[in-house]
Each structure stands twice: as structure tokens, then as C-alpha cells.
Design a protein around this ligand. Structure first.
Ligand code: RTP
Ligand code: MG
Length: 148
């Protein structure tokens, strides 16, 4: 069963959208296997966004993600990495499909309210960075109605 790392960004926390965002992933069938409300240090932000170090928006991105508390989580399910990203919508909310989290609650790329790992490699690295490598699984009552 695949796992992915998802983060509810500071803008969404400030806007009172934590429940709404978690609700969408939960309702789709993704299973929460780890979750925490936390402040992001400059050091953690730099490690998390290391791939973007040379990008022109890097400084703004670090300032954004360290500007207030976030909710970090690990979601598990069939094709969880891609499924979480399609539930979130395109990086730029202006191009995100209606019904996705980003389209329904945001307007600008630098305030796009949620993060999700973009592939197997980044998912493994981000889960390890934010939660460590020993997250136990758990049996959900509804698993057999969601996973074939
Ligand atoms: P994320 O990592 O947050 O899930 O988003 P993503 O994969 O869809 O997009 P990525 O290319 O990894 O970019 C990471 C975050 O950087 C901000 N960004 N700003 N101003 C810009 O051109 C720009 N491009 C990216 C966004 O907040 C994006 O989510
Ligand atoms: Mg990304």
C-alpha cells in the first residue's frame, strides 16, 4: 500500500481550512497513518524544499512555509501519491480543475494551501524527514469497503 506526505500550509491553517482539507482526503478513502500540528523551522523548510534551492521563488517559499504553523501528515492508500495530487489540483490554482482543493480554496501559486509529494522518491524522503521511517500501519474498519 502506497504512502505519501501531505502538508496543510500556513495560509490554510490561518484561514481555518484544516478540517475542510483533511475531510477531502479522508472522504476519498486515503487513510491517515501519521499527523501533527507544528511550526516549521528554517532548517526543516530548507531540507524539505532543497530541490528548489536555485529557483527565483525559493526565498519567498521558505518565508511562506515558516510563516505560521502547519499540519503535516502521512496518507496511505491505493496510488496515494498521485491520488493526493489529483485531489489537490494543479500547482497554480488558476489552472487547477474545479472541485480540487486548490481550485476551490485558493487563487495564487504562492498561497496554494497544500503540499503533496510528487513521486515515490520524494514521498519516501519527505515521510522520513518529517516523521521518521517507523510509522506503524493500522487496520481501519472500512478498509475492505475502500480497498479491493
Ligand atoms: P508542492 O511541492 O507544494 O506540493 O507543489 P508542487 O509540487 O505542485 O509544486 P513545486 O514545483 O514543487 O513547487 C513548490 C511550491 O513552490 C511554490 N511555487 N511558487 N512563484 C512561482 O513560480 C512558484 N512556483 C512554485 C508553490 O507554493 C508550490 O506549491
Ligand atoms: Mg513539489
Amino acid at each position: 500500500m502506497e504512502r505519501t506526505f501531505v502538508m496543510i500550509k500556513p495560509d490554510a491553517v490561518q484561514r481555518g481550512l484544516i478540517g475542510e482539507i483533511i475531510h477531502r482526503f479522508e472522504r476519498r478513502g486515503l487513510k491517515i497513518v501519521a499527523m501533527k500540528f507544528m511550526h516549521v523551522s528554517e532548517e526543516l523548510a530548507a531540507k524539505h524544499y532543497a530541490a528548489h534551492k536555485e529557483k527565483p521563488f525559493y526565498r519567498d517559499l521558505i518565508d511562506y512555509i515558516t510563516s505560521g504553523p502547519v499540519v503535516a501528515m502521512v496518507l496511505e492508500g491505493t496510488g496515494a501519491i498521485a491520488t493526493a495530487r489529483t485531489t489537490m489540483g494543479a500547482t497554480n490554482p488558476a489552472q487547477a480543475a474545479p472541485g480540487t482543493i486548490r481550485a476551490d480554496f485558493s487563487l495564487e501559486i504562492g498561497r496554494n494551501i497544500v503540499h503533496g509529494s510528487d513521486g515515490e522518491e520524494s514521498a519516501a524522503a519527505e515521510i522520513g524527514l518529517w516523521f521518521g521511517d517507523d510509522i506503524p500501519g493500522w487496520e481501519r474498519n472500512t478498509d475492505k469497503w475502500i480497498f479491493e
